[in-house]
Design a protein around this ligand. Structure first.
Ligand code: ADP
Length: 269
């Protein structure tokens, strides 16, 4: 019989719907799970600096306020906690705005090297405190033009370099390596720090995910930096990748398209 059996056609269609529903339900359940985890994490992260500040104030009220030295120490600690809280809320706003598509990227053409030098200046003090050498490696002095959002891309590189400093030992290094390919430039941020265990590597870019190791938990941070990086790079049509080995170090990398117009020799005069 050449003609298709209409009943079996309908049956298979019903089966398709049923499967689709199951898939959809699984997806919804997964999203609900993420939402719950997100809320639990956010509450925990917000509570930490709030409780700390509360503790410092209570200690002051308890008598510490009478001793000028002790008072100053606790006031400084309270201010520091409030500062963490502020950074956390700001990061949170950035993530939610980017995820909701509310942040528009402002693309412009610029020399990537200029931006990286700008980053290196900004992180200098932090690096000096741990005697960490932060350097830029480029193939030559030619400008490397890209079409990107200068400030947001700078934020990405700052986050990566600051992590390279934070999760590093004293006297370590962080290298920003620019590698020019035919149509793209690869940006690598390489450190010789504590590294990231294999089992944590694919969850690292989730909001609030932090490696459960005493040394990394001791470092202040919101666990939002890499999530922000991932989103910003997605808006530049690219992805961030990671290679890391515990106790050896980590390299975070992404590619950007080279800007064609300025790359053309005719445009130079
Ligand atoms: P934060 O640094 O605020 O915790 P991030 O999203 O920037 O948040 O990083 C998430 C986690 O990934 C960090 O808590 C740390 O455990 C780990 N991590 C990030 N960068 C590095 C690095 N260069 N070396 C080792 N661990 C890192």
């Amino acid at each position: 019989q050449k003609e298709k059996n209409p009943i079996s056609g309908i049956k298979s269609q019903i089966k398709n719907y049923a499967e689709m529903k199951e898939e959809e339900i699984a997806q919804l359940k997964q999203m609900e799970q993420y939402r719950k985890e997100f809320l639990a994490n956010i509450s925990h992260e917000l509570k930490t600096p709030i409780f700390a500040t509360q503790g410092f104030i209570l200690t002051l009220l308890d008598g510490a306020i009478d001793d000028k030295k002790v008072r100053d120490r606790f006031l400084k600690k309270a201010a520091k906690s409030l500062n963490s809280l502020n950074i956390l809320v700001e990061d949170l706003l950035t993530v939610s705005k980017i995820e909701a598509g509310e942040i528009s990227m402002e693309f412009e053409e610029f020399d990537l090297q200029v931006m990286i030098v700008d980053v290196l200046e900004q992180v200098e003090q932090k690096a000096e405190k741990k005697n960490i050498l932060v350097t830029l490696e480029v193939p030559n002095d030619d400008p490397i033009y890209v079409d990107a959002d200068y400030n947001r891309l700078k934020q990405v590189v700052i986050n990566l370099v600051v992590n390279g400093i934070k999760y590093n030992n004293k006297n370590g290094f962080v290298k920003v390596i620019l590698q020019v390919n035919e149509d793209t430039v690869s940006v690598h941020v390489k450190d010789n720090g504590i590294g990231i265990p294999l089992e944590d590597q694919n969850r690292l870019f989730e909001r609030f995910y932090r490696v459960e190791k005493s040394r990394t938990k001791k470092q202040g941070g919101s666990g939002l930096g890499l999530a922000i990086c991932k989103h910003i790079l997605e808006r530049h049509d690219t992805v961030i990748t990671l290679e890391s080995e515990e106790e050896k170090g980590s390299t975070f990398s992404f590619d950007l398209k080279l800007s064609k117009e300025v790359d053309n020799e005719d445009s130079e005069f």
